[in-house]
Design a protein. Structure first.
Length: 134
């Protein structure tokens, strides 16, 4: 996959989030880390109507769902503010499935692709290789 110069790359799972910008061009990908606001993990709505139960007493999945909802809320906000014009989302498959229904229409329009892969703990070079291979 080729990314336009200046495209934003969001890498997420249910606990971690990283944001990068393509400082290179379409032929020569070069990701640089971007600072971002803290994720509000108390967000609700990743899985409406879903709550902890005796089958899930620690609420771990609820925390992951809340974090995922916080990630998409941040991305929606940045797209609406014009801070992101081209966006690639790389996320663990479950996280990607949880955030897709929450994309704002303008985020969907800015989306240049999605990669269903968990790369949050990987080196920057691994992220670049996954993008090049997509």
């Amino acid at each position: 996959m080729q990314l336009p110069k200046g495209a934003t790359v969001a890498v997420a799972d249910g606990e971690k989030f990283n944001l990068f910008r393509n400082a290179g061009d379409e032929a020569d990908l070069k990701l640089t880390p971007l600072d971002h606001a803290a994720i509000d993990a108390d967000h609700q709505g990743a899985t409406p109507g879903r709550h902890g139960s005796s089958a899930n007493p620690d609420g771990g999945q609820d925390r992951e769902d809340g974090f995922s909802a916080g990630v998409v809320a941040l991305l929606n906000k940045q797209v609406l503010a014009g801070e992101i014009t081209h966006l690639l989302i790389i996320a663990a498959p479950r996280t990607l499935g949880a955030i897709r229904p929450q994309y704002h229409a303008r985020l969907t329009a800015a989306l240049v692709g999605e990669i269903a892969k968990d790369l949050t703990g990987h080196a920057l070079q691994d992220v670049e290789k996954a993008i090049a291979a997509a």
